[in-house]
Design a protein around this ligand. Structure first.
Ligand SMILES: Cc1cc2nc3c(=O)[nH]c(=O)nc-3n(C[C@H](O)[C@H](O)[C@H](O)COP(=O)(O)OP(=O)(O)OC[C@H]3O[C@@H](n4cnc5c(N)ncnc54)[C@H](O)[C@@H]3O)c2cc1C
Length: 139
């Protein structure tokens, strides 16, 4: 019998959880994603500009939850625990973006590596958004 998984809340974690489960298990699972709102906005609309909002850590945790649910449904090893690492981007204007690679749980203390603003990081940030739009919304 096909298992039915209900994901309540289509934020960053809900979107990734539902997408990854569907990709991993395909026809072995029916996934329903429900949110109390009818739309999802990347960023806060604060007048003429949008303040960026990402969810890299929520997304990474959701992947572990998805893999754990998948292992429960089809059997197999549970995933490694959530690692607490991710990337944050910061815009500096003129097409320049810096990034910080953060590792919260991998060592004895949280660690971060800062990269100077560059156009390469700007392109990487654009690609980051594009892959999420494509995976989660088919855009
Ligand atoms: C301005 C801003 C900038 C940020 N920038 C970053 C960043 O650069 N990097 C980063 O990693 N994190 C960032 N964060 C944090 C990040 O946004 C959160 O960690 C992330 O949104 C958490 O995702 P989530 O899916 O767990 O929760 P949410 O994104 O809050 O999603 C929860 C969803 O559940 C729905 N919901 C709630 N209750 C119900 C209910 N009863 N029934 C149905 N649906 C329900 C809500 O409508 C919502 O869509 C930022 C946050 C803010 C505010």
């Amino acid at each position: 019998m096909t298992q039915h998984v209900l994901v309540l809340g289509a934020g960053f974690s809900g979107l990734e959880l539902a997408t990854r489960l569907s990709e991993t298990l395909q026809d072995a699972v029916r996934v329903t994603l429900l949110d109390r709102n009818g739309s999802f906005v990347f960023g806060f609309c604060t007048g003429p500009r949008i303040v960026p909002k990402a969810g890299i850590f929520a997304e990474a945790a959701a992947r572990v939850v998805a893999d754990d649910i998948a292992a429960t449904i089809v059997g197999g090893e549970p995933p490694a625990p959530y690692g607490g690492s991710g990337v944050c981007y910061a815009e500096f204007g003129d097409g320049l973006v810096s990034k910080v690679e953060v590792d919260l749980l991998g060592g004895p203390a949280a660690a971060a590596q800062r990269h100077d603003p560059s156009r390469e990081h700007a392109a990487e940030k654009e690609e980051f958004g594009a892959t999420r739009r494509a995976r989660w919304f088919g855009l």
